[in-house]
Design a protein around this ligand. Structure first.
Ligand code: PLP
Length: 429
């Protein structure tokens, strides 16, 4: 593959953008090499500036659940743009969006739109602190909730890749208010709440971890956390920025049958535009300004173009059988990858929930963050580059979940598996 144009762009970018990118994982630091620059995207494919085509399992890190450049989303955006880009005053589609989210996710009786997942999680913990009058929050090792100061403590995603669990710039006094737990450990959670329960405003969790590869909750784990929060008067916050509308139409809370107090969203509800949201019980959300005293605002929040894109996307994911089809595609992909690895004599296991999956270079079933970080990252990096060279783009880090879209049909999965059979041989070397 020729990458001359991407290489030239990255050289220019590095002069002016930190690391040459606007979000760390894009820089390929963890896997080595240089990123390609995308010219356009369509369906299951990305096309780079040198004319190379890649099957895409990143999907803009989640939003592209119906594939890239879906005509219905594109047309909704084009229609909205004709009426103006931003009003700074209420618009009708904000109401439709709120009606749609609250109908699909019943634990959210009210919602507030924001502009990113980070804003959603920051706002949710402010609300948890405001509503409970307590200061401490609990998060899990390897979970990523955006780059808010309180969350950059034992975080996942890019923060994990770079081995910077606590970023410089986060005041110790603030980090001290973030308590961390090992994910999927029942006893550790019980012990923490017994010790500090009365000080905990809220516990935030990725109900399926997608930022330390892909780790589903153990049977009964989310229920256990629900009970602990209820018993100790802390709010349970599900960060469904990744899982929302993906692992099931109603998100992970519907899939596992656990009702959180607050939920954060992003990705799919923007259809590719910069959007986030948080929602929860009416009594809690009524405490957000201007209805209540917990301040939170946004100049571009509820932006009409973003609402149009998100509504078009949410319409598409409501098609009967949509999530079952995605889950079947993901299963076919994961089973095929395991078989291909086995053929090549490489120890690999996979995890999957709905249209989210993880590939681990280990012979163990991965259920904990410690196991995820003990996998053979050098083998993953060899596999990543071998796949990329064969036209398949996986997330450029061993610590990110993969995403399947409805544009990933059987032919796309077959082409992926054909590439994987060769790439695992390279990974084995
Ligand atoms: N929460 C989760 C679970 C995420 O995966 C992410 C981003 O990947 C965020 C929050 C932050 O979202 P954003 O990047 O839109 O700020």
């Amino acid at each position: 593959m020729n990458h001359d144009r991407s290489h030239a762009l990255f050289s220019r970018a590095r002069q002016l953008l930190p690391g040459g990118v606007n979000s760390p994982v894009r820089a390929f630091k963890s896997v080595g090499g240089e990123p390609f620059f995308v010219q356009r995207a369509d369906g299951a494919y990305l096309y780079d500036v040198d004319g190379n085509r890649y099957i895409d399992y990143v999907g803009s890190w989640g939003p592209m659940i119906v594939g890239h450049n879906h005509p219905a989303v594109r047309e909704a955006v084009q229609k909205a743009i004709a009426d103006g880009l931003s009003f700074g005053a209420p618009c009708p589609t904000e109401v439709t969006m709120a009606e749609t989210i609250t109908r699909l996710v019943p634990s959210c009786e009210m919602v507030r739109m924001v502009n990113s997942g980070t804003e959603a999680t920051l706002s949710a913990i402010r609300l948890a602190r405001g509503a409970t009058g307590r200061a401490k929050i609990v998060k899990f090792e390897g979970c990523y909730h955006g780059h808010g100061d309180s969350f950059l403590v034992k975080a996942g995603s890019g923060a994990l890749t770079f081995g910077v669990p606590t970023s410089p710039g986060v005041p110790k006094a603030l980090a001290d208010l973030t308590l961390t737990l090992p994910y999927n450990d029942f006893d550790a959670a019980t012990a923490l709440f017994e010790e500090s329960g009365a000080e905990i405003a809220g516990l935030i969790i990725e109900p399926v971890v997608g930022n330390a590869n892909c780790i589903p909750p153990r049977e009964g784990y989310l229920q256990h956390l629900r009970e602990l929060c209820t018993r100790h008067g802390a709010l349970l916050i599900f960060d469904e920025v990744m899982t929302g509308f993906r692992v099931a139409l109603g998100g992970a809370q519907a899939h596992y049958g656990v009702v959180p107090d607050l939920t954060t969203f992003g990705k799919i509800i923007g259809g590719g535009m910069p959007v986030g949201a948080y929602g929860g019980r009416r009594e809690l959300m009524s405490q957000v300004a201007p209805a209540g005293p917990v301040y939170q605002a946004g100049t571009l929040s509820g932006n009409p173009v973003a609402m149009a894109a998100g509504l078009a996307m949410l319409e598409l994911v409501q098609a009967p059988g949509f999530h079952a089809r995605l889950a079947a595609t993901t299963a076919r992909l994961c089973e095929g990858l395991e078989a291909a690895a086995h053929e090549a004599g490489v120890a690999v296991t996979t995890n999957r929930v709905g249209a989210m999956f993880g590939l681990f270079f280990t012979s163990e079933k991965v259920e904990t963050y410690a196991q995820a970080t003990a996998c053979d990252t050098a083998a993953f990096n060899r596999f990543f580059h071998a796949m990329l060279g064969r036209g398949v783009f996986l997330a450029p880090s061993a610590y990110e979940a993969g995403f399947v879209s409805s544009a990933h049909d059987d032919a796309v999965v077959d082409a992926t598996l054909e590439a994987a059979r060769e790439a695992f041989k390279v990974a084995a070397a």
